[in-house]
Design a protein around this ligand. Structure first.
Ligand code: PRP
Ligand code: MG
Length: 212
C-alpha cells in the first residue's frame, strides 16, 4: 500500500504547530527530527522534514504529495499549487519596512531605491502593480540587517510579532499580503493517495472546528 508523503518545515516557526496538528489528527510520528523522514505508526503517512523554500518545487515534481507550509511561500514560489485547507496558525504578514527615521509617505518613495528581500517575486509583483521601479537585492536570511549595513534603503520580509523590525530600528510602512499555514497538495496525486489525503483533510477540518 502506498503512503502519503507530507512535507513539513524542518525547523523554524511552522515546525512545532505542524507537528501539533498531525498529532491532533491522530498521526503519531516517531520522534525523528534529526532524520529527514519519519513514518507514522498508525497511518499510511510519511513525514519529510524540508526547507521551506524547497517545498513548492517538491510538490510540483510530485516528490512529496502534500505539505504544511506558509501561504506566503506558495505565493512566492508556487502559485500553481493547490491549497486545500487554510490551517489558521502561523499567521504573519509580508511587509515593506524602512528605517524608523525615514519620512516615508507612500510607495512612490521607493522609486529607484534598493530593497532587500527573500521574496523577490512577491515584491516585484507589488511594485509593478504600483508602477514603481526599484532595485531588488535577494538575501536569504537576516534581511532586516540590510539597511543598517548600507545594503538597502528598505526591506521586505515576514512580520509576525514585529520584534525583529523593532530591534533593527525599522518601521512597517506597507503590508503586501497576509499569510497563514495551509495544507497544499501536489498537482500529480494518484487516486490511492488522494483517498488518504481526503481522510487527513476530514480529520483536520474536525480538529480546526474544535479549536474555534
Ligand atoms: C523571520 C522573518 C523575520 C522574523 C519575523 O526570521 O524572516 O525576520 O522572523 O518575526 P517577528 O516579527 O516575530 O520578529 P527568522 O527569525 O526565521 O530568521 P531568518 O530570517 O534569518 O531566517
Ligand atoms: Mg528573518
Amino acid at each position: 500500500m502506498s503512503k502519503l508523503r507530507i512535507a513539513v518545515q524542518k525547523s523554524g516557526r511552522l515546525n512545532e504547530d505542524s507537528m501539533r496538528i498531525l498529532k491532533d489528527i491522530g498521526i503519531s510520528i516517531d520522534n525523528g527530527k534529526d532524520q529527514l523522514k519519519a513514518s507514522a505508526k498508525n497511518f499510511p503517512v510519511e513525514v519529510f522534514y524540508l526547507r521551506n523554500g524547497d517545498i513548492p518545487q517538491y510538490l510540483k515534481d510530485g516528490v512529496v504529495d502534500a505539505a504544511i507550509i506558509g501561504e506566503n511561500v506558495l505565493i512566492e514560489k508556487g502559485r500553481d499549487i493547490n491549497i486545500v485547507e487554510k490551517l489558521g496558525f502561523s499567521t504573519c504578514k509580508v511587509c515593506i519596512a524602512v528605517p524608523k527615521a525615514d519620512n516615508y509617505s507612500n510607495i512612490k518613495d521607493l522609486e529607484g531605491k534598493r530593497i532587500a528581500t527573500s521574496y523577490p517575486n512577491t515584491v516585484q509583483g507589488f511594485l509593478d502593480e504600483n508602477g514603481v521601479k526599484a532595485n531588488l537585492h535577494i538575501i536569504n536570511g537576516s534581511v532586516e540587517i540590510a539597511p543598517n549595513i548600507g545594503l538597502a534603503d528598505a526591506i521586505v520580509d515576514i512580520v509576525s510579532s514585529g520584534s525583529t523590525l523593532f530591534k533593527n530600528n525599522l518601521k512597517e510602512v506597507e503590508t503586501i499580503l497576509k499569510s497563514e499555514a495551509v495544507l497544499a497538495v501536489s498537482p500529480v496525486l494518484n487516486e490511492e493517495k488522494q483517498a488518504i489525503l481526503d481522510k487527513i483533510q476530514f480529520r483536520i477540518q474536525s480538529v480546526l472546528k474544535g479549536r474555534q
